[in-house]
Design a protein around this ligand. Structure first.
Ligand code: NDP
Length: 402
């Protein structure tokens, strides 16, 4: 019996609202708030009461504005806020949670607007404040970060005596029929994939040029796809929480067409995140670009194919024998669209966010402080993952290709 507030009415927000509404026995009252209220209303109207849920309430809020957030929280009195707005809003929403006594969950770590930097230090600095307030903050509860971190914790708990290497492998073999589009917020996505690569090896970070390291990796049911080492935020907490890891990398697939567009966008300055003066008005090129690119939330209708995301881990088993392990989920874009009207990338993010909220509401993932998801028990989360639409599979002692 829990009141939940969702902030952000984009692709991921759409999926979260469907999923919390499906779990209405736990989430009895749902409020969706975002910058543009009409988007919240459209999602609420599309769902109506079709899952047997109460009607979804909606509100307008500027999540950059702490007093506005606090007023909304005090009015609705949620137990938990699911933040699926943009990473820029993480800290203001956490501040408002502390002021109004509300628990917190997100799917992406804080980023300053003027610097594409993916670090947990800003949010980890809230540990003592949340602890003293007796509130829980759950960080990075999407797919990656999120399920990949839970997969790693599950591997450690059940199979490994010592994990030596971790390779997170993320393939989107879907086709949306557009020449160029990003699968989630274009500004956040382009900032992420154009930065320098970085991975963990022998106790330190190794930096690479963007997309410098690449090779084909074979994905279940998909086959070989060129995969590129990029930096991804969960590596930072995973190497801290699993300190035996000698190497930890993140691989993502990109098509040639996507990379060519990306190179052109960068070369002509459209990926710039600093303001420029245009006709006497300050604009940020990447924000302008977002306005002309396809809306990721609208890609679902013609999206075919599937995603495959998982963890490939090598080390020693509980008896000390060499052991390797691959745990993954494949998700079909068409199935995600049929259920929620959103494509697979939004779906694979929104489902785990809802499961994290379920874990919190049931008191299973609830302790005062700020935590990354691998710090909680992975078993009850993974038990729900398949039931909520993302079944997972395991492969033992195969060729990990790494
Ligand atoms: P969208 O851009 O589709 O949606 C973001 C929503 O947040 C929009 O509705 C937007 O409002 C709203 N918003 C932005 N700024 C504010 C503000 N100041 N106040 C209130 N609302 C605001 O993004 P996605 O749904 O694709 O992604 C949502 C989040 O999920 C992002 O943080 C992204 O990084 C994360 N993500 C995580 C993944 C994971 O696996 N962990 C994978 C994919 C995404 P408006 O409609 O007015 O623009």
């Amino acid at each position: 019996m829990s009141k939940v507030l969702i902030i952000g009415a984009g692709g991921v927000g759409t999926v979260v609202v469907h999923k919390v509404a499906q779990n209405h026995a736990v989430f009895t009252d749902i409020l969706l708030a975002s910058r543009t209220k009409s988007k919240c209303d459209a999602i609420a109207d599309a769902i109506g009461t079709k899952y047997g849920n109460k009607k979804i309430q909606t509100a307008q809020v500027d999540a950059d504005n702490v007093p506005e957030l606090v007023a909304l929280f005090n009015n609705f009195k949620p137990e938990l806020v699911i933040n699926v707005a943009l990473p820029y809003q993480d800290l203001t929403i956490m501040d408002a949670c502390l002021e109004a006594g509300v628990n917190y969950l997100d799917t992406a770590n804080y980023e300053p607007k003027d610097e594409a930097k993916f670090e947990y230090k800003w949010q980890w600095a809230y540990r003592d404040k949340f602890k003293k307030a007796g509130l829980t903050a759950i960080l990075g509860c999407g797919f990656d970060p999120g399920v990949t971190s839970v997969f790693t914790a599950y591997a450690d708990k059940h199979y490994f005596g010592r994990m030596d290497t971790l390779d997170i492998v993320d393939c989107n073999a879907g086709d949306h029929g557009k020449a160029f589009a990003t699968n989630f917020n274009p500004e956040i996505n382009i900032r992420e994939v154009t930065q320098k690569g970085k991975y963990w090896e022998n106790g330190q970070w190794v930096q690479t040029e963007p997309h410098e390291i690449h090779k084909p990796l074979t994905y279940p049911n998909i086959g070989p796809k060129e995969s590129y080492v990029i930096y991804h935020e969960e590596l930072e907490s995973l190497v801290k929480n699993f300190p035996t890891l000698q190497r930890a990398r993140f691989w993502m697939t990109f098509g040639q067409e996507y990379l060519t567009h990306l190179r052109v966008i960068q070369n002509i300055g459209m990926a710039r995140i600093d303001p420029i003066l245009y006709n006497g008005v300050e604009i940020v090129p990447i924000q302008f670009l977002k306005a002309v690119l396809p809306d990721p939330g609208e890609l679902g209708e013609n999206y075919t194919g599937e995603t495959s995301i998982g963890c490939r881990i090598q080390g020693l088993d509980k008896e000390g024998k060499p052991f390797n392990y691959y745990i993954y989920n494949n998700c079909l874009h068409q199935d995600a669209y049929k259920e929620t009207g959103a494509q697979g990338v939004s779906y694979t993010t929104g489902v785990p966010a809802t499961i994290g909220a379920l874990m919190f509401a049931k008191g299973i993932w609830r302790k005062p402080g700020v935590f990354n998801v691998e710090e909680f028990d992975p078993d009850p989360f993974l038990e729900e993952l398949g039931k909520q639409g993302l079944p997972w599979r395991e492969i033992f002692n195969s060729d990990l290709e790494i």
